[in-house]
Write a protein that binds this ligand. Structure first.
Ligand SMILES: Cc1cc2nc3c(=O)[nH]c(=O)nc-3n(C[C@H](O)[C@H](O)[C@H](O)COP(=O)(O)OP(=O)(O)OC[C@H]3O[C@@H](n4cnc5c(N)ncnc54)[C@H](O)[C@@H]3O)c2cc1C
Length: 317
């Protein structure tokens, strides 16, 4: 079977969960080959990639690759596409991944699909568009399919691959080096998982009532090991930081479980969460549109329902 290149997302030597998802997906379509861009690969990272099915691990460990924003990664992948003739290239549909995908498509004269939530035989990608109102199935007709897949679209499943390492050296063009990274500032991270990567997200909306009341949402999130999200009504009111807004003008999440508390389910909110595998809505209005979308609904006051849920979850741990 032909190789499927998977661009590894990593930070401080650790492989991000989305990469394990992409390897799992790649296994269904060909032979997964991980591409590690930049220095700092560790034995643990290699073991992790092999554990999830990487038969090959291409390592381009030069500092240059990460010193010049995203262009070098696109050049690295373009070189591998030319040399290895993979059946497809998968990247994570993050801001960086999508930029790499676009640049790679230009360099290899190929078609690109972004924000895929599934990929099946013949590299037919599923996308959920126009605020989720329409599901699209599309396929690249030219060159090597380049597909940016949304985090959390596939559950990562381990299945050992050989993990054979191959060093790759890339000669970067002057154009790729036009912008230089001069400083990296580490974002302070809380104990909760990153919103776009979390398997469970608990979100609060206007129904939460105040910034202080968000501790109710945080309590359930912490009991479930989940990330906290918010509707735009809640972030605009200053109850929760904007970086946690879910929706059309916020983050797109696709977790296994999404709990919406005190959120009406406006189309712009749905756009960011409707590909969640299971949706639970808690709302005191039985007519709230979120119930049309929810797999499970609780009609009630979230200030009563959520603490009870938190207590039950905590008891079972
Ligand atoms: C261009 C554009 C982009 C937008 N982008 C986004 C976006 O990215 N994300 C986003 O979320 N919105 C976005 N919006 C706003 C969107 O249209 C809605 O206004 C917003 O999602 C509403 O948030 P909400 O559901 O929290 O509030 P509301 O619509 O006011 O709903 C609050 C809900 O809480 C329920 N409730 C109240 N009290 C309780 C209680 N005690 N217990 C249980 N339930 C209770 C109510 O019954 C109601 O259903 C956008 C709008 C526009 C025009």
């Amino acid at each position: 079977m032909s190789e499927i290149l998977v661009l590894v997302e990593h930070a401080e030597g650790e492989v991000k969960k989305v990469t394990l998802e992409l390897l799992t997906l790649a296994r269904t379509l060909g032979t997964p080959a991980a591409v590690w861009a930049g220095p700092g690969i560790t034995p643990e990272a290699k073991a992790r990639l092999a554990e999830y099915g990487a038969e090959k691990i291409y390592v381009a460990g030069a500092d240059d690759i990460v010193d010049h924003v995203v262009a070098p990664k696109a050049e690295l992948l373009a070189q591998l596409v030319a040399g290895k003739a993979p059946a497809a290239v998968l990247v994570a549909a993050t801001a960086e991944g999508k930029e790499v995908a676009g640049r790679l498509a230009i360099k290899t004269d190929s078609g690109v699909i972004t924000d895929a939530v599934g990929l099946s035989d013949g590299f037919v990608a599923d996308q959920s568009i126009f605020g989720g109102g329409i599901n699209v199935h599309s396929r690249v007709r030219k060159g090597t399919p380049i597909v940016a897949v949304r985090p959390n679209s596939t559950a990562p499943v381990a299945a050992a691959g050989a993990g054979t390492e191959e060093e790759v050296s890339v000669t970067l063009s002057e154009a790729a080096k036009a912008a230089r990274v001069v400083e990296r500032v580490k974002q302070e991270k809380g104990a909760r998982p990153e919103l776009t990567e979390a398997a469970i997200v608990v979100s609060g909306g206007r129904g939460v009532g105040s910034a202080e009341n968000f501790t109710v949402i945080e309590g359930l999130a912490d009991a479930l090991g989940a990330a906290v999200g918010a509707s735009r009504a809640a972030t605009d009111a200053g109850w929760y930081p904007h970086q946690f807004q879910v929706g059309q003008t916020g983050k797109t999440v696709s977790p296994q479980l999404y709990i919406a508390a005190g959120i009406s389910g406006a189309i712009q909110h749905r756009a960011g969460m409707q590909t969640a595998k299971t949706i639970v809505a808690i709302n005191k209005d039985p007519e709230a549109p979120i119930f049309e979308l929810a797999d499970y609904g609780v009609v009630g006051d979230l200030h009563q329902v959520v603490p009870q849920l938190t207590e039950e979850v905590t008891k079972r741990k």
